[in-house]
Ligand binder design. Sequence first.
Ligand code: COA
Length: 373
Amino acid sequence: MTTQELIQVPSGLKGVAVAETELGAVRGSEGFYHYREYNAAELARRASVSDVWHLLVEGSLPTTEQAARFERQIGDHRAVGIKPAIIDAVAAATSVPHLGLMALLPLVAPDGIPTIDLSPRERREAATRLAAAVPTLLAATHRRRLGLDVIAPDPTLGHAADWLRMVLGYEIDPAKARMVETYLTATIDHGFNASTFATRVVTSTGADAAAALCAGIGALSGPLHGGAPSLALSMIEEIGDPGNTDAWVRAKLDAGQKIMGFGHAVYRADDPRSLLMREVAEGHGGPLVERAVEIEARILAVMRSWKPDAVIVTNVEYYAGIVLHLAGLTPDLFTSTFTVSRAIGWSAHLIEQADNNKILRPSARYVGAPPAS
Ligand code: COA
């Protein structure tokens, strides 16, 4: 195909379907997303992380017996055999646990067998084992960075509760643990977002499962994707009194800066995850939540008058930061917490991509100086 024959797609691949999936989708104009045939926000209100994990990887919600077995299997997979000295070295070398994770995850299965050489059952096993190891590695790196002891996983606990116990060092109140579980369950998967796409691109080359998940981790770490929840919370702190909102937001927009926690590439109606997180935050209540609700309304009003033709909505990250903060997690752990849940979604996409693979290899239109013939 010559340069002239290339199919030109919109900037950012917006609205372009580049793969088929049975895992779920986002209907931006309806403000709706689903995991397989289930309304995802509804599922997040009642289901556990491992129930949704089972739904994505095994194809159905588990029966009570399957749920107990699957949760235990995930719990067993949280145990990783990486030497403490290696974790210490990574913890000493980075102040960002989810970036350190890219060094550690490939060591969980150090043989690096290409997914293309594994049977479907082996691929499922490798992807699940790696996704389950994510909270253990993040918690260990975080704690060693602070000079604290590493807390070993407890396979009898659910994935959300064990993440909190391993990272915070204590068992948190069940109501707060449920707030985090709702967040994790709501953020496992979300259409063909940048990190899911990145995971599928690397999977499509036949690379080993850890390499594919590391691509997802890298993509998620960017502020325009998963790196924003702490920025949204610090924005609320910086604004302080809701009366300061208009001037604060206008100054940022005039300087060409982004307002974190607002806008979405796909939603043209309310982001259901944002509504869910707001519901969870309001269920907890308190002065911070009240202030956030007031500031949100003011930010939306400014942004809508700034770009009257665009539909700018509150995204998941605005209230997510508040929910995670109320549950006792510090801002440096917000993106790590997102990584714990989204790694499950990536692992399901990895399996789906590898089970029916075609290498993802687009083209770019050359717009530089003409080459010498
Ligand atoms: N702050 C400033 N400008 C914003 C904005 C925000 N939060 N959200 C959207 N816009 C701007 C876009 O840059 C775009 O401007 P343009 O017409 O000059 O290109 C316009 O509003 C319309 O944007 P839209 O097409 O609806 O979204 P997008 O795909 O360009 O951007 C994001 C989507 C997520 C990258 C963008 O909203 C953003 O940067 N948000 C802040 C970061 C964030 O909260 N990320 C978490 C996402 S879950």
